[in-house]
Design a protein around this ligand. Structure first.
Ligand code: RAT
Ligand code: ZN
Length: 424
């Protein structure tokens, strides 16, 4: 209907008028607000996966980013903390990080922003509010507040809680895209190969014999069941490829051919130092600089594969941009985990824009608790606005007119189509 276009508040001013330097920041801000983003990597789950999906205030407060911060501002030991119930854990964190100290870290500020988004003045009120929500309606409201149209989940076919839900036909949801996560298979084969064996796959402990073709058969079955938009793995800072190891063999002989067969990308998240402090459990991982020659080898030797790549170490960011300039099958994405702080996001994003134009995916939320998408995406828009405005102002002062349509197309490419085209 043509009236729908006229009702679009931006439509009248959209097309091709050159913006003045003074008009650029407002246009960027409006376009960032108006564009629904795709969140290309999260740990949130569609409602039909039930309890796997975390949401609500106690989950927000006990996010592992905040657990790590608790032990810096409270005398409680990790051992004593893990004995507490969820509500008691949230109370302990609330007291230490929100009452006795100002919540100015990125992760604590996030909780404040979520409470504010729902107009919730305190913890008690927040608990009442979340307890009263209907999940499906709440999801819609959260996505609206976050300015996202879809999220990409992380789905583990060897998770004993998750796999049966898929096997009994979990109802798909067009707002939640599945991803076949491979950490258990590729990084922890020794602990998990027997699960495959028990399910009827002729695999061996050393991943020899028919193991690779059997893993391929397993991936094919899960591809049919899940329809994942990509396959994914997180990798240590010590990751090497090629490599004489179970992971090296299964990557080369099972995962890469499967991704080619199903025409989906492989996402590699590289640079975790697993369990630097195991007492902290999920919060116990650290970061290390990786040798990105592994990425070079993958991109050169497997031109028929497409790679979504995020690196955890700040020191690896520049190399990743250089590799992206060399290999069009490499798509850098996100500012992940310890990098998702405005100061570092700004640095990385400016570098990427300068080296790659709009041919990258600036951010994903990595949300583990549903409502985190609200603050994470608000923060992203807030950080992006001056970076993009500055880039357009430089372009204008170098002599190229900048229009609202340019801005709209660029933001759509960065936050939607660069991802959508990876799976075409
Ligand atoms: O970023 C995080 O929150 C980590 O805990 C991990 O989930 C990481 O993103 C991963 O996907 O392995
Ligand atoms: Zn993640």
């Amino acid at each position: 209907m043509s009236s729908a276009i006229i009702e679009d508040p931006l439509a009248t001013s959209v097309p091709s008028k050159a913006l003045t330097p003074e008009e650029i920041p407002a246009a960027v801000q409006e376009e960032l607000q108006a564009t629904p983003f795709i969140d290309v990597h999260t740990h949130v789950f569609m409602p039909s996966l039930g309890k796997l999906g975390l949401w609500g205030i106690d989950e927000l407060i006990t996010y592992h980013y905040l657990e790590a911060e608790l032990f810096r501002s409270s005398d409680i030991s990790p051992e004593a903390y893990w004995q507490l119930s969820k509500g008691e854990k949230a109370d302990a964190i609330w007291k230490a990080l929100f009452v006795e100290n100002s919540p100015i870290s990125e992760a604590t500020r996030g909780v404040v922003a979520v409470l504010n988004a729902f107009g919730l003045p305190d913890l008690a009120e927040a608990r009442r509010f979340f307890a009263a929500q209907d999940l499906r309606a709440h999801v819609r409201q959260v996505f609206k507040l976050a300015g996202i149209s879809e999220v990409v989940m992380t789905n583990d076919p060897l998770d004993p809680e998750e796999a049966p839900l898929w096997e009994s036909g979990a109802e798909p949801d067009s707002q939640f895209h599945p991803v076949l996560r491979l950490d258990r298979i590729l990084n922890k084969w020794t602990d998990h190969w027997r699960v495959l064996l028990a399910k009827g796959y002729a695999v061996q402990e050393d991943a020899g014999g028919k193991s690779a073709s059997e893993v391929r058969r397993f991936l094919a079955e899960w591809h049919t069941r899940m329809r994942p938009v990509y396959m994914a793995i997180s990798l240590p800072d010590t990751f090497q490829f090629p490599e004489q190891s179970v992971r090296g063999r299964l990557l080369a002989e099972a995962v890469l051919p499967s991704c080619r067969e199903f025409r989906i990308p492989l996402s590699l998240m590289i640079g975790v130092r697993y369990q630097v402090n195991p007492e902290l459990r999920l919060a116990g991982d650290g970061v290390g600089r990786a040798d990105l020659r592994a990425v070079e080898h993958l991109c050169t030797s497997y031109p028929g594969n497409r790679f979504l790549i995020s690196v955890l170490s700040r020191e690896n960011q520049h190399e990743l941009c250089v590799y992206a300039r060399k290999f069009s099958n490499l798509m850098p994405f996100g500012c992940w985990w310890f990098l998702n702080n405005p100061s570092i996001v700004e640095e990385i994003t400016r570098e990427r824009l300068e080296m790659l134009g709009t041919s990258f995916i600036p951010q994903h939320s990595d949300a583990r608790v549903l409502e985190q998408v609200i603050y994470k995406w608000r923060n992203t828009r807030r950080t992006m606005a001056p970076i993009l405005s500055n880039a357009y102002n430089l372009l204008a002062s170098d002599g190229r007119a900048v229009t609202r349509l340019d801005i709209r197309n660029d933001i759509t490419r960065l936050f939607r189509t660069n991802f959508e085209r990876m799976s075409e």
